[in-house]
Design a protein around this ligand. Structure first.
Ligand SMILES: Cc1cc2nc3c(=O)[nH]c(=O)nc-3n(C[C@H](O)[C@H](O)[C@H](O)COP(=O)(O)OP(=O)(O)OC[C@H]3O[C@@H](n4cnc5c(N)ncnc54)[C@H](O)[C@@H]3O)c2cc1C
Length: 507
C-alpha cells in the first residue's frame, strides 16, 4: 500500500512537471508576418512569370496566406527560410505548367530555383524550402480514395498521415504509413515505402506520367527510396489491408531502468522463432530534458490488433520493468499516431541523424553510453531535449513489399539508432549539430571496431551531413543515377530543385 502511494506521488509529480514544461518552455513559438519582414526576398523573374501564368495559385510575400504557408514547417529553421513565392497548384495541369516554366528558365541558366514540400516535416535545413526561390506546396493534392474492391487507396501527395487514417479508420482499412499523424505522405513515402502500386508524377519536361510495375518499371523502382530526384509525385496508389483498432502507447520509466531497457530491447529484437506480424516496435527512447536536468526513458509498444498486452509483449522484458506510467491502450490508428505527434510539437529548432547497427548487445550498450556521456557538454543548451532512439528493422519486414533500391537485404535483425534533438535558441545551432554528428560518428566507429555496423542509412532520419544513397550500395546508387539521366537529362531535379538528398551526379 505504502509503495503504491509512493508510486502515485512520483507519477503525479512527473505529470505535473511535464505539463508545466510543455505549457511554459516547450510551447512552439509562433512567428508573425512582422518577424519575417527583414528577411523577405524581392520578386524574381521566375516568381513574376509564375504569377502571370497561374496567379490564383501563386502566393506572394506580405499576405497572411504567405506567412501561414511558410510557417507550417515542423522545424523552426525551415520556417526561417523565405521563398520569393509559394506556388500551390490546384491540379496536376497547374503543377505541370509550373514545372515547364521552371525548366524553361533552368535551361537558360541552370541553378537552384525551387523546392518541393508535402508535410514539411523534414528537419534537414532547406529540404523543402528555398531562400528567395519558389516553394511548390503540394497541400491541395489531398485526395484519399479507396478502390472499390478495398485492395488499394489513392493518396494525394500533399496529405499528412492523419488525413489518411481519419478516412480509413472509418471503413476498417489501413495502409503502411507514418507513426506520427502530422508527418507528410510525400516525403515519407519517397524515402522508404515499397508498398506503392503506382505513382503519378510530373517529370522535368512537365509531362505527367505513371510509374508502376507495368509502365516505367525503372522509375517505379527508383521512386521507392529515391526521394525528390526524379520529378514531383502528385499521388500514390498503395496497397491497403483490413484494419481494426490497435493496442498502442508508451511506457515511461526512470533513468535507472536504462540498462534493463537496452537489454529487453536486444532480447526482443533478437527473437527468431516467435515472429508475430501484428507486432510493431519496440521503439526505445532515452531523453535528457535540459529544463528539468533529468533523464527519462520511454518505450513505444504497438500491436495492430485490439488486444491488451498480447503474448509477444507480455513475454518481453518490458512487461515486468518498474515504470511511472503507461499510456498503452486499445485505440484507433489516428489516436495512436496523434499520441506520437503530441510528443513532437512543431516550432522548435530540430536535428535528426541516424545510423544502422546489428542487434549486438555490446554495441547497443556502447551507443547508449555515447548518448549519456554527451549530456555533460550539453547541459547549458537552453530548452534542450536530447533523445537517443533505438528501433528495429526485422528481416521479415524487409522481405515484404516490392523491389526497391534501398539495398536492405538482411537475414538478421538490424537496429536504427538515431538522435532526435530540439532546442530553443539559434545561437546553439552549430554546437548541437556538431554534438549530434559526433555522437553518430562515434557509434559508427564503435560498430566498425566490433564488426557490427551496416551501410544502410534511413534517408528520412538522416542529417544534412549524411549520404543515404551511398548506403544503398554501389549498384543501387548507380541505378538511381542512370534513371535520373533517363527521365531528367538536364538535371532539373539534381540542381534546379534544391534541398533533400541528391544523387551526387557530379561525383
Ligand atoms: C516528428 C517526426 C516524426 C517522424 N515519424 C516518422 C515515422 O513514424 N516513420 C517514418 O518513416 N519517418 C518518420 N519521420 C521522418 C519523415 O518520414 C521525414 O522527415 C519525411 O521526409 C517527412 O515527409 P514530409 O512530406 O512531411 O516532409 P517534407 O519536408 O515536405 O519533404 C521531405 C523531402 O521530400 C521531398 N518531397 C516531399 N513530397 C514530395 C513529392 N510529392 N514529390 C517529390 N518530392 C517530394 C521534399 O522535396 C523534401 O526534400 C518523422 C519525422 C519527424 C520530424
Amino acid at each position: 500500500m505504502a509503495s503504491t502511494t509512493g508510486i502515485t506521488i512520483v507519477a503525479t509529480f512527473f505529470i505535473i512537471v511535464f505539463s508545466l514544461l510543455i505549457l511554459r518552455g516547450f510551447l512552439p513559438s509562433q512567428r508573425t508576418a512582422d518577424e519575417k519582414v527583414s528577411n523577405v526576398p524581392e520578386p524574381t523573374i521566375v516568381s513574376t512569370l509564375l504569377s502571370a501564368a497561374l496567379h490564383e495559385s501563386v502566393i506572394l510575400p506580405g499576405s497572411f496566406a504567405f506567412t501561414k504557408a511558410t510557417n507550417s514547417y515542423w522545424a523552426k529553421q525551415e520556417s526561417e527560410v523565405i521563398p520569393a513565392c509559394v506556388v500551390r497548384p490546384r491540379t496536376t495541369k497547374e503543377l505541370s505548367v509550373t514545372v515547364k516554366i521552371l525548366k524553361q528558365e533552368y535551361d537558360k541558366d541552370p541553378r537552384g530555383m525551387f523546392a518541393v514540400r508535402s508535410g514539411g516535416h523534414s528537419p534537414v535545413p532547406n529540404a523543402a524550402s528555398m531562400q528567395g526561390g519558389v516553394l511548390i506546396d503540394l497541400s491541395l493534392f489531398n485526395e484519399v480514395t479507396p478502390s472499390e474492391d478495398r485492395s488499394s487507396v489513392t493518396i494525394g501527395a500533399g496529405n499528412r498521415w492523419k488525413d489518411v487514417s481519419t478516412v480509413l479508420d472509418k471503413i476498417g482499412l489501413a495502409v503502411v504509413g507514418g507513426r506520427n499523424s502530422n508527418v507528410g505522405v510525400g516525403g515519407l513515402t519517397l524515402g522508404v515505402c515499397s508498398n506503392v502500386i503506382s505513382f503519378e508524377i510530373v517529370l522535368a519536361s512537365g509531362t505527367v506520367t505513371t510509374a508502376s510495375e507495368l509502365v516505367n518499371y525503372d522509375l517505379w523502382n527508383a521512386l521507392k527510396g529515391g526521394s525528390n530526384n526524379f520529378g514531383i509525385v502528385t499521388s500514390f496508389r498503395v496497397r491497403a489491408f483490413p484494419s481494426t483498432n490497435v493496442w498502442s502507447g508508451f511506457l515511461y520509466l526512470p533513468n535507472s531502468q536504462s540498462s534493463k531497457v537496452v537489454a529487453a530491447f536486444h532480447e526482443f529484437v533478437g527473437r527468431t522463432d516467435t515472429y508475430d506480424k501484428y507486432t510493431a516496435g519496440p521503439i526505445a527512447c532515452f531523453t535528457y530534458v535540459q529544463p528539468l536536468g533529468l533523464q527519462v526513458v520511454s518505450v513505444n509498444l504497438v500491436y495492430t490488433k485490439p488486444e491488451k498486452w498480447p503474448a509477444c509483449w507480455k513475454s518481453s522484458g518490458f512487461a515486468s520493468l518498474w515504470r511511472f506510467w503507461s499510456t498503452c491502450k486499445v485505440q484507433s490508428l489516428t489516436s495512436a499516431t496523434d499520441e506520437l505527434n503530441g510528443l513532437n510539437p512543431p516550432g522548435r529548432r530540430q536535428v535528426l541523424a541516424a545510423t544502422t547497427i546489428k542487434n549486438d548487445l555490446p554495441t547497443l550498450i556502447a551507443a547508449h553510453a555515447i548518448y549519456r556521456d554527451s549530456i555533460e557538454a550539453l547541459r547549458g543548451i537552453k530548452g534542450l531535449s536530447w533523445t537517443f532512439v533505438m528501433q528495429p528493422i526485422l528481416p521479415e519486414w524487409v522481405k515484404i513489399g516490392s523491389p526497391n533500391p534501398m539495398g536492405l537485404d538482411t537475414d538478421e535483425a538490424l537496429v536504427i539508432v538515431s538522435f532526435t534533438v530540439n532546442w530553443e535558441k539559434d545561437r546553439d545551432d552549430e554546437f548541437v549539430n556538431m554534438m549530434t554528428r559526433n555522437a553518430v560518428e562515434e557509434i559508427e566507429a564503435v560498430a566498425a571496431r566490433n564488426g557490427t555496423g551496416n551501410r544502410y542509412r534511413y534517408l528520412n532520419y538522416c542529417a544534412k551531413f549524411q549520404k543515404p544513397f551511398e548506403g544503398y550500395g554501389e549498384e543501387n546508387w548507380r541505378f538511381l543515377k542512370e534513371t535520373s539521366r533517363k527521365y531528367d537529362p538536364e538535371g532539373l531535379f539534381q540542381r534546379g530543385c534544391t534541398g533533400g538528398f541528391k544523387l551526387g551526379m557530379g561525383e
